[in-house]
Design a binder for this molecule. Structure first.
Ligand code: AMP
Length: 114
């Protein structure tokens, strides 16, 4: 499987602005932020996209979302609210083939998304 930029960030071969790390996930700031706060959360166990979670262990999937929620809380986003986005595949405009949740906050979001 082709190594992505997020594999390299996880391996530490390219730098990232880390905001949280534990045995399950790594969270780091997006290099091209789309909101005042824009953090990406990735599972340490690689998944290419959201659909791959369908065959994963429930606890593993649950931990990924629980930790993403903890990151959002740690970032102080809960009071005003925020958005969690997972782009999956071509129509979802996923550009990095390594599952990641975007946590976006610090401004009013719009709906529908573009
Ligand atoms: P997506 O379009 O959902 O696949 O999102 C990929 C995200 O990764 C984009 O928001 C990029 O700005 C971000 N990104 C790409 N390279 C890096 C990097 N080296 N460090 C942090 N974020 C990155």
């Amino acid at each position: 499987m082709e190594e992505t930029i997020f594999d390299k960030i996880l391996a530490g071969t390219i730098p990232s602005a880390k905001v949280y790390e534990d045995e399950d996930v790594l969270a780091f700031r997006d290099v091209n932020p789309q909101a005042p706060t824009h953090v990406l959360v990735i599972p340490k166990k690689r998944a290419v996209n959201f659909t791959e979670l369908k065959d994963r262990d429930e606890e593993e999937v649950g931990r990924f979302f629980q930790k993403a929620a903890r990151v959002a809380d740690k970032l102080g986003l809960d009071e005003e609210g925020y958005r969690v986005v997972i782009n999956s595949g071509r129509h979802g405009q996923q550009t990095v083939a390594y599952l990641h949740a975007h946590i976006l906050g610090g401004r009013q979001m719009n709906w529908p998304p573009g």
